[in-house]
Design a protein around this ligand. Structure first.
Ligand code: SIN
Length: 283
């Protein structure tokens, strides 16, 4: 197994292994690399849902995504992130990742990690950006850091309550069912969270899910969140992944955010399988 850095800020590529055939020693090495590099790209994998789930489960318990209409037909533990249509209906989540986020931070126990596997790719577009939230916190200006000290962010699944995001055109008619009715109670989490395994501190807010700061009027929290979001978009904190067929990318939701850049030409397919793990209550 070889581990090569993919950027100065986060991400490493692992080659020379088939993740469906690893022993405990390799798992231990991967786990170490994961905590060090925050996202790991395994090249040249060809995983059916079962080995994809089994590999994910080495790191924790796989969660069934709350968007139940996007699940794989053979197993509810794999979600389809796909623009493929069957009989005129999209079979997977098309807009997943359209805004920067950490997976399901709107839940009481947000996702620990996610594993996205490229099954079909377009000739261009479809990149995913990953942002290092340890580094985002370390480089946050002091005045902003002071304003969020000891504060909790309010995270919602409901796009209609978030002025920073849009409801995708294709979901205009079923937006209430899709975003409001499905939304769990708001996730209330420290804006600076402590990674339970590394002990390091990371920023834990995002455009997609964070709509306010607990016990702070919106007029006051809005400019603070806007400034943090702008800071997170600093290119030096981001690695942009250009997918290759067979890539399996795993990311740590406790210290990174990610975003699907889109830009897929009309008529081209991007079809991915995704698992996510149940995480801890952030502290
Ligand atoms: C996601 O946000 O889970 C999907 C990211 C992607 O499709 O690139």
């Amino acid at each position: 197994m070889k581990v090569n850095r993919l950027s100065n800020v986060l991400g490493a590529e692992v080659t020379g292994i088939d993740v469906s055939k690893i022993d405990d020693a390799i798992f231990y090495a991967i786990h170490e690399a994961f905590l060090e590099h925050l996202i790991i790209v395994f090249r040249d994998q060809d995983l059916d849902p079962e080995p994809h789930i089994e590999f994910s489960q080495r790191f924790g318990e796989v969660e069934v995504h709350l968007a139940t209409d996007h699940l794989h037909p053979d197993t509810d533990k794999v979600m389809l992130v796909s623009n493929k249509q069957v009989d005129g209906h999209y079979i997977g989540a098309v807009s997943a990742g359209d805004y920067w986020h950490s997976d399901l931070s709107c839940q009481a126990r947000p996702n620990l990690a996610s594993f996205l596997h490229a099954k079909e790719l377009p000739a261009e577009g479809g990149d995913t950006g990953f942002c290092n939230q340890y580094a985002a916190l370390e480089t946050l200006p002091d005045d902003l850091r002071q304003q969020i000290d000891g504060r909790n962010g309010i995270h919602t699944f409901n796009r209609m309550r978030n002025p920073r995001v849009k409801v995708p055109e294709m979901h205009k008619d079923d937006a209430k069912m899709r975003y409001a009715d499905r939304a769990p109670p708001d996730g209330i989490h420290p804006i600076v969270r402590t990674h339970p395994e590394t002990g390091r501190k990371a920023l834990y807010v995002s455009h997609r899910f964070t709509v306010g700061i607990e016990n702070m009027p919106d007029e006051e929290s809005r400019p603070i969140l806007d400034a943090i979001f702008e800071h997170q978009l600093n290119g030096e904190l981001i690695y942009r992944h250009k997918w290759r067929l067979g890539d399996l990318v795993m990311w740590d939701n406790r210290c990174t955010t990610h975003h699907a850049y889109g830009g897929i030409p009309a008529g081209q397919i991007r079809h991915m399988h995704r698992t996510s793990l149940i995480g801890d209550v952030p502290f």
